[in-house]
Design a binder for this molecule. Structure first.
Ligand SMILES: Nc1ncnc2c1ncn2[C@@H]1O[C@H](COP(=O)(O)OP(=O)(O)OP(=O)(O)O)[C@@H](O)[C@H]1O
Ligand SMILES: Cc1ncsc1CCO
Ligand SMILES: [Mg+2]
Length: 281
């Protein structure tokens, strides 16, 4: 059975396929390859551009911007701040991935400083979102030690205080604007064994925002997470482990990009995308 939310998510995915947004990624050394491949398989155009000398000009030609705090260093922080400021100035949506927030004081402070640059969406794992909200949080480097629901109050507080959407990834992804909470029930646990799966889904969110109206930000974020998780489910069907899941995920994303163009494909997507409104907000 499909709901209005499934249909709206499908509509956004079709818009992504029609427009093929250019997503500028200021990311980390680990995620560059898989992130670019995820965006390409999803029908978008990735560009990894982080030099202080060109970030502002690049933001102006991009459809949306992703800023990721992995493999952090001070020169990159300067680029990230400049790019975020330009994105806000020219009205391009930008998305923050606070990788490893809470692991060191330097990283936490850098993530909090980026939060002040007005991202449209923040997507992190539960430990990262707890730390970003200033809650006592444990994190194992860049890996979460908490479940998504444990970070729901922190996510709602962050979203309300910063007028943005906050997404917490996990077994169930939670997406909130501070009042409404959407749940995404797609994905497979083995995704946590592929490095930068979370980084890649955050880049996908940026691409969805490029084709969404500002009032659609909450659903566009959930839709990106649902498409990614559903592709992982399809890719996991024939996978022997994380290596073949990584390949299967890319192949399935490409299949779902094509599916947006046929009646049977759209039916498959309506059945596969599992987005619901959380009843107990
Ligand atoms: N137990 C699980 N079951 C199903 N899907 C999961 C599970 N845990 C995570 N996922 C999915 O895996 C993806 C990555 O989420 P995760 O929380 O692992 O991100 P992350 O910690 O930021 O990853 P990374 O730092 O490696 O990029 C998301 O799409 C999420 O829905
Ligand atoms: C493993 C790792 N270390 C810094 S960034 C990154 C990618 C997953 O977040
Ligand atoms: Mg991460």
């Amino acid at each position: 059975m499909s709901s209005d939310m499934q249909r709206d998510a499908l509509d956004l995915w079709q818009r992504v396929q029609q427009r093929g947004p250019l997503v500028q990624c200021i990311t980390n050394y680990v995620s560059m390859d898989i992130m670019a491949n995820v965006l390409l398989a999803a029908g978008m155009s990735p560009a990894m551009a982080h030099s202080l000398d060109e970030v502002e000009e690049f933001v102006r030609i991009a459809s949306a911007l992703l800023i990721n705090m992995g493999t952090l260093s001070s020169d990159w922080v300067a680029s990230k701040k400049l790019a975020a400021k330009e994105a806000v100035a020219v009205g391009k949506p930008w998305v923050l991935d606070p990788v490893g927030c809470g692991a060191t004081s330097y990283r936490t402070a850098a993530c909090v400083a980026m939060l002040r640059q007005r991202p449209a969406v923040v997507r992190g794992n539960a430990s990262e979102i707890l730390a970003l909200a200033g809650a006592a949080a444990d994190i194992k480097g860049v890996d979460s030690t908490a479940a998504s629901h444990e970070a729901l109050d922190a996510a709602k507080q962050l979203a309300a205080a910063n007028k943005c959407v906050v997404a917490v990834s996990g077994a169930v992804d939670l997406v909130t604007d501070g009042s409404t909470v959407l749940e995404v029930h797609n994905g497979v646990a083995m995704l946590t064994k592929i490095t930068a799966a979370g980084c890649s889904v955050t880049a996908l969110i940026a691409g969805f925002l490029a084709v969404a109206q500002p009032h659609e930000t909450l659903l566009a974020t959930a839709a990106a997470m649902a498409v990614f998780g559903y592709a992982a489910e399809l890719g996991a069907a024939g996978a022997a482990g994380p290596g073949s899941l990584r390949v299967g995920l890319l192949d399935s994303l490409h299949q779902l990009a094509g599916a947006a163009g046929s009646k049977e494909g759209r039916q498959q997507l309506l059945q596969g995308l599992k987005i619901t409104k959380r009843s107990c907000q």
